[in-house]
Ligand binder design. Structure first.
Ligand SMILES: NC(=O)c1ccc[n+]([C@@H]2O[C@H](COP(=O)([O-])OP(=O)(O)OC[C@H]3O[C@@H](n4cnc5c(N)ncnc54)[C@H](O)[C@@H]3O)[C@@H](O)[C@H]2O)c1
Ligand SMILES: O=C(O)C[C@H](O)C(=O)O
Length: 345
């Protein structure tokens, strides 16, 4: 049996861990009541993401929805002694209750890749899932900020936009494709090559979320490091192929779940901070955009009380990045158009 002193030290270790998360992303002030719904909460991303959202003091109500498995996940997570009340919802008939009153809806519902597949190979299954979930969002929580994780993000975000337009609830400030994992990867890989502490690293990642459409801007990375061109090229390729690296390592057992849960929790936390009026919350996200001629594009976005407060421009690009930008446009355009066409069929 564990001695009380051991329990106390475990508790203080957990508290130190929590304050560490606070410094990195989570605010320490609870703030107003906020409901967050996770759709696909029993999945590989959904479970650790639900855990991380339960640890976030900005959340007062955590709604966990899936087509199966949510009672167990919700019961488990609900025992954690943090602010939010957790309720699990299972099956389509409970989707409305799961969504009602939500301020932020995070969507990791859908199938992941297996080795040899592209994200676009997921389109046929995931497009229908996203369409159904977004139809329900437009009915039950039309003002929620929607954080789209389900792939292919380059198409699922345009699908969501079209579904909301049809329902008359579209607000471009409230729809986000979650590309935070690309930023998380770019920071990690850059810190390794630049030999700097990863804590202080910043790297914007723009474009979209698939292969060459993922464009990390290492020329803008801070702290500055004089890396050779071939290292920058290798870092760019590794960031673009980061998802595939994990899919291959998992050898048929899915794609990134734990790092994605971390990235999804960071992005949702930024949305909540923005809603709560915290100034200068800036994250990269795939949003409706006029930064390029494409209708959706990932770039730095300032978050505020209504969602997107400002879509920030690209800044100065290196020649290599400028070429990358031109090369990604064709693929990104057709993925966007594919999503729009599907939603209007
Ligand atoms: N944006 C990103 O950076 C990023 C990163 C990693 C994974 N993903 C994507 O996230 C998605 C989920 O990945 P995963 O590894 O968690 O998959 P998973 O199969 O482990 O989990 C998916 C969950 O979605 C649920 N689901 C299926 N249909 C649903 C519906 N209609 N309503 C609600 N829930 C439903 C399933 O029951 C399952 O629990 C995939 O499409 C994957 O490609 C995106
Ligand atoms: O690569 C995938 O299929 C999942 C995700 O988009 C990722 O970047 O890890």
């Amino acid at each position: 049996m564990m001695k009380p002193s051991m329990l106390r030290s475990l508790h203080s270790a957990a508290t130190r861990g929590a304050s560490n998360i606070s410094r990195r992303g989570y605010a320490s002030e609870p703030g107003p009541e906020r409901k967050v719904a996770v759709l696909g909460a029993a999945g590989g991303i959904g479970q650790p993401l639900s855990l991380l959202m339960k640890l976030n003091p900005l959340v007062s109500s955590l709604s966990l929805y899936d087509i199966a498995g949510t009672p167990g996940v919700a019961a488990d997570v609900s025992h954690i002694n943090t602010r939010s009340k957790v309720v699990g919802y299972q099956g389509e008939e409970e989707l409305g209750k799961a969504l009602e009153g939500a301020d932020v809806v995070i969507i990791p519902a859908g199938v992941p890749r297996k080795p040899g597949m592209t994200r676009d190979d997921l389109f046929n299954i995931n497009a229908g899932i996203v369409k159904a979930l977004c139809t329900a969002i437009s009915k039950y929580c039309p003002h929620a900020l929607v954080n789209m994780i389900s792939n292919p993000v380059n198409s699922t975000v345009p699908i969501a936009a079209e579904i909301f337009k049809k329902a008359g609830t579209y607000d471009e400030k409230r729809l986000f494709g979650v590309t935070t994992l690309d930023v998380v990867r770019a920071k990690t890989f850059y810190a390794g090559k630049a030999n700097v502490p990863v804590d202080g690293v910043n790297v914007p990642v723009v474009g979209g979320h698939a292969g060459i459409t993922i464009l990390p801007l290492f020329s803008q990375a801070t702290p500055k490091a004089n890396l050779d061109d071939d290292i920058i090229k290798a870092l760019t390729k590794r960031t673009q192929e980061g998802g595939t690296e994990v899919v291959e390592a998992k050898a048929g057992k899915g794609s990134a779940t734990l790092s994605m849960a971390y990235a999804g929790a960071l992005f949702a936390d930024a949305c909540l901070k923005g809603l709560n009026g915290v100034p200068d919350v800036v994250e990269c996200s795939f949003v409706q955009s006029t930064v390029t001629e494409l209708p959706f594009f990932a770039s730095k976005v300032r978050l505020g009380k209504n969602g997107v407060e400002e879509v920030l421009g690209l800044g100065a690009l290196s020649d290599f990045e400028q070429q990358g930008l031109e090369s990604l446009k064709g693929e990104l355009k057709s993925s966007i158009e594919k999503g729009i066409k599907f939603a209007n069929q």
